[in-house]
Ligand binder design. Structure first.
Ligand SMILES: Nc1ncnc2c1ncn2[C@@H]1O[C@H](COP(=O)(O)OP(=O)(O)OP(=O)(O)O)[C@@H](O)[C@H]1O
Ligand SMILES: [Mg+2]
Length: 366
């Protein structure tokens, strides 16, 4: 995966222009509020996903324009491709001259990962953020997983409704048993997928973190389930355990008014030197941990698709010491990388690649 050219018009504060990235590291430098993140955001939209910081597509359109136009030439699947995105109220995409039914159709054609300071909530925030990360990453690897998630959510909503109704009749008890069986069947596939994905992610992230910390700190990830599952168990074994837990919790769930056990209550714990990164990690350690997780996500994507995803790293350098910055600039060689930063000082360590300066939405290489 490689971006060879990107042009933009009417996008956020970026002045109409174009940009030909380096195949390796591209460092985007500029003071605050100049348009660095906007440039990353423009590239990110070609993954077919919505912006990593705006809920509404219409916010992407420059204040004084009625539409945005982005055009990208890139190499993927061993050939040169071209895509266009226009945004008015929503995103519309064209791929190799063919209009797509939705911009989401670009997913899987152009792929990448993004690190942004908002992702620090992966460590600091609640478990829902971490479950979302695992599920979203796994969906990129196995698109059918989306169906499993929605099936689970549908059955869970029905079971929750029954818990809330607090109906102690015989018919309700039979209904509950039915939901528990169905929930266990859908839930075990989630448990199995997440458990295995986190294990694989941990193996890769440990190595990346070791590089980042110059071998001084040990990193680990663990899937923490409300169901007492073991990594080597089969989906059928996990289903039996989940069913049993649901059954045992029926009374408590009636009192709570919702389902208190199952994959929707699980978490992923992040450890640095054997202790929780959330409770005890320093700012730099937490940032390094998120970066390691994101880069591991890219590595697993590459393993499965055979394509090297692009990496967009927004404001990753701040709070990191010199050796961690040097590692980011010079050791993430496999992928085309886009890194934004305000401070040009660490860039002295950049050995190969390109610097792009952004000022008031205008790009220059000098
Ligand atoms: N739709 C829009 N139209 C015009 N300008 C916009 C739009 N959306 C955001 N901006 C402006 O773009 C400017 C640059 O934003 P951006 O987030 O890219 O800055 P940055 O260079 O990444 O800064 P920082 O270093 O602080 O992260 C902001 O000042 C913002 O007001
Ligand atoms: Mg920014």
């Amino acid at each position: 995966m490689q971006v060879s050219r990107l042009s933009f018009e009417g996008f956020r504060n970026l002045k109409p222009g174009c940009f030909e990235p380096h195949p390796g590291v591209n460092v985007i430098v500029g003071e605050n509020a100049q348009g660095k993140t906007n440039l990353l955001e423009a590239i990110w939209l070609f993954t077919g996903t919505k912006s990593f910081r705006s809920a509404k597509d219409s916010e992407l359109v420059a204040f004084d324009c009625d539409q945005s136009r982005l055009e990208m030439n890139f190499e993927a699947g061993g050939r040169d491709q071209q895509a266009e995105i226009t945004i008015q109220n929503r995103r519309v995409a064209t791929l190799n001259g063919i209009k797509q039914s939705s911009a989401a159709k670009l997913a899987g054609v152009f792929c990448g990962i993004v690190f942004s300071p908002v992702h620090l909530s992966l460590i600091k925030g609640g478990p829902a953020e971490r479950r979302r990360l695992i599920d979203a990453a796994y969906c990129q690897l196995r698109p059918t997983y989306v169906k499993t998630l929605s099936e689970y959510a549908r059955i869970l909503a029905q079971r929750n409704a029954l818990c809330k109704a607090q109906d102690t009749g015989e018919a309700a008890a039979e209904m509950m048993d039915l939901w528990d069986r169905q929930l266990a069947q859908a839930g075990c596939r989630i448990l199995h997928a997440r458990q295995r994905y986190v294990q694989r992610m941990a193996t890769v992230a440990r190595k990346i973190y070791q590089g980042l910390s110059s071998g001084k700190e040990a990193f680990d990830l663990r899937y923490v389930s409300t169901v007492n599952i073991l990594p080597e168990e089969t989906p059928a074994e996990m289903a039996a355990k989940l069913y049993e837990e649901l059954r045992l919790h029926r009374r408590a769930d009636f009192s709570a008014g919702f389902t208190t056990v199952g994959p929707h209550r699980d978490d992923m714990e992040v450890y640095i030197n054997g202790i929780s990164a959330r409770s005890f990690g320093s700012q730099g350690q937490q940032r390094s941990a998120v970066l390691a997780i994101k880069l591991a996500e890219a590595a697993l994507l590459e393993e499965v698709t055979g394509e090297k995803p692009i990496a967009l790293l927004d404001d990753v350098m701040s709070e990191l010491d010199h050796s961690r910055q040097e590692y980011i600039l010079n050791h993430i060689k496999d992928w085309q990388v886009f890194i934004t930063c305000c401070d040009p000082e660490p860039l002295k360590a950049l050995k190969d690649g390109q610097k792009i300066y952004v000022k008031s939405g205008e790009l220059s290489t000098k």
